[in-house]
Design a protein around this ligand. Structure first.
Ligand code: ATP
Length: 298
């Protein structure tokens, strides 16, 4: 697959949902280099998902601009793809058919499609499942199918809105590692919205901390760790502690003693409720994209 990323420039980006709504976020500025992996963390409701949707061209800002390689983003494009907590597959289709659906709609011949689909399925380690019906796969495997379906279009940027939060810890860790290594290998940008401090440290080159109402990017932390990153590595643990500290500073409160840093970006009440409900808080995603997936509306 072709290797490429994109230069992201966000200038004075502001958003409100309606003329009467308060500002969701205000004059957000951000620049990211080609191939950079960014994690956006912050407490529920500070506007992370809204920012991601605007970056994907799924929503329009109230003010300001998003530029990708100098092109203003004002609509969706196959140049960037977004993945959500639910994989949104076609349940009656096989893995290979799901992965190839975008190419099919783009008018690719079956023969051309087959080669590209095989390559994408291999990238996500599902070659033994290509002919399986997606309904017979586990949640993690279904997320891998969704990942292959995204990668098959050769995007320049992959946008992830808490995509692994419904998965068990083992499956989540494997996907975190694989998504980072695949995007690095292909040279594409990664932007991930997450409540999980560990996920940010394991997947990103830079973590952005959003806070406030209206939201702003309050702080950022360069995560200059070698790959592969292992959770138990002391350097990873030290970075996690630094990010945790920055997160609590942004939230205006010292870290409580002995707090479990997993899912730290959620208020305590939501973290507890979120276990069963997929921990989605007020994410805008399901309202826009996934009519009929009640598990997402948590
Ligand atoms: N369709 C909408 N209409 C009006 N307000 C909305 C709408 N969607 C979201 N909001 C509000 O905008 C703010 C930002 O929402 P957003 O989902 O972007 O936050 P978030 O940081 O991603 O939250 P979470 O971490 O819980 O997913 C919240 O206060 C939310 O209530």
């Amino acid at each position: 697959m072709t290797v490429r990323g994109v230069h992201i420039q966000i200038e004075k980006l502001s958003h409100r949902y309606s003329a009467r709504s308060p500002l969701t976020f205000d004059r957000v500025e951000l620049e990211a280099q080609r191939g950079e992996a960014l994690a956006i963390i912050g407490r529920s409701g500070c506007g992370k998902s809204t920012l991601l949707h605007i970056l994907a061209g799924l929503m329009r800002p109230t003010d300001g601009t998003v530029r990708l390689d100098n092109d203003v983003v004002d609509k969706p494009s196959p140049r960037w793809v977004m993945m959500f907590q639910a994989p949104h597959l076609f349940p009656w289709m096989k893995v290979s058919q799901n992965v190839g659906v975008g190419l099919h709609f783009a008018g690719w011949s079956e023969e051309k499609r087959r080669a590209r689909v095989t390559e994408a399925i291999k990238l996500v380690h599902l070659q033994d499942y290509a002919d399986n019906n997606v309904q017979d796969l586990s949640g993690g495997q279904q997320q891998r199918v969704a990942l292959a379906r995204s990668l098959v279009m050769e995007p320049e940027m992959l946008l992830l809105d808490e995509p692994f939060s419904a998965l068990d810890a083992f499956t989540r860790a494997a996907l975190q590692r694989d998504v980072r290594s695949i995007t690095k290998r292909l040279g594409i940008n990664l932007v991930i919205v997450t409540h999980d401090i560990d996920e940010a440290v394991l997947m990103a080159d830079r973590a952005l901390i959003m806070a406030g109402s209206p939201g702003k990017i309050y702080d950022e932390l360069q995560i200059d760790l070698p790959d592969p990153r292992e959770r138990q590595d002391p350097a990873v643990q030290a970075m996690r502690a630094r990010l945790m500290e920055a997160f609590h500073k942004a939230a205006g409160a010292p870290p409580p003693d002995g707090e479990d840093t997993h899912d730290a970006a959620k208020p305590a009440s939501q973290s507890i409720q979120g276990i069963g409900a997929g921990g989605k808080g007020t994410t805008t995603t399901p309202r826009i994209m996934s009519a009929g997936t009640p598990a997402d509306i948590g």
